[in-house]
Design a protein around this ligand. Structure first.
Ligand code: SF4
Length: 271
């Protein structure tokens, strides 16, 4: 199986299925919550013990998709890996199957400029179903990105990728999630310049606000502690930050949402 029935957060947002093209993610972000899910995230011990050091692609993805795709599905790709992680070569095959047998909605969650390689296929899919890209931008500070997610693209390149997706007619939302230490005002202003859509945000997952389930990896907490950035993991600081962003975005005429409400914008079928 390559499509899984959704539950929890993603189901609440309106997605019926998730598509995870690989196990383990070579971006290996320090805060990634996926390895903390262990077997519940479909992982093997080598995945959570060596998160980010290798990946395992579903080589029979096309055959599985041909069997499992249905017209009414609302698919999120992916809650467990970045589909355009370094070394990826599978997505063209996945997109071709989706074009041949389109679901109702297909959403790609990524932070990778690598998605631009597939622009023509994305345009073809957008003509067959509701396609959206949800593009993660987590901070506008180069030092922070180097510390917490050193294998991900630099800030300017991510902004350029969002702009290029829009220029090529691919509906794209910026997801400010998780919010790492940043200059929030400048970040918001840059993001609103490259994307005309509403803004989706979420702070780092912390136990204080999420007592069960997936949470931020310990390594991010160690980095934060060393850098005196622990307040970014404090519930009241996070709430104030999100409120501030919401106020600024609303003042600028932009919709702003967090959690399942924000992700429900991605899941809606375009009429
Ligand atoms: S890109 Fe996403 S799935 Fe991959 S390591 Fe980073 S947070 Fe985890």
């Amino acid at each position: 199986m390559i499509l899984s029935r959704t539950s929890g957060f993603i189901a609440e947002a309106g997605f019926t299925h998730s598509l995870t093209p690989a196990r383990n993610c070579t971006f290996g972000c320090s805060y990634c919550y996926v390895p903390t899910m262990r077997v519940q995230g479909g992982l093997k011990p080598e995945d959570w013990q060596r998160w980010g050091q290798f990946t395992t692609y579903k080589q029979n993805a096309a055959v599985l998709l041909r069997r499992e795709l249905r017209p009414g599905q609302v698919i999120y790709c992916s809650p467990l890996v970045d589909p355009y992680q370094p070394g990826e070569a599978l997505m063209p095959e996945v997109l071709r199957e989706l074009i041949a047998q389109p679901p109702a909605v297909f959403v790609i969650q990524t932070r990778s400029p690598g998605i631009l390689r597939d622009l023509e296929l994305l345009q073809a899919l957008a003509a067959r179903c509701t396609l959206r890209v949800s593009f993660s931008i987590t901070s506008n500070r180069a030092d922070v990105l180097r510390r917490y997610e050193p294998k991900c693209a630099p800030y300017a390149e991510r902004l350029q990728t969002v702009a290029a997706l829009h220029e090529h007619g691919i509906p794209t939302f910026v997801t400010l999630a998780p919010l790492l230490p940043c200059d929030a005002e400048a970040l918001l202003s840059d993001v609103m310049r490259v994307s005309p859509n509403g803004l989706i945000a979420d702070p780092l997952h912390i136990r204080a606000t999420k007592p069960r389930g997936a949470t931020t990896r310990d390594i991010a907490l160690v980095i934060a502690d060393r850098q005196n950035e622990g307040k970014w993991f404090d519930a009241s600081f996070q709430a104030a930050l999100v409120d501030d962003l919401r106020t600024r975005a609303t003042r600028a005429g932009r919709a702003f949402a967090t959690g399942p409400e924000g992700f429900s914008w991605l899941a809606r079928k375009m009429s």
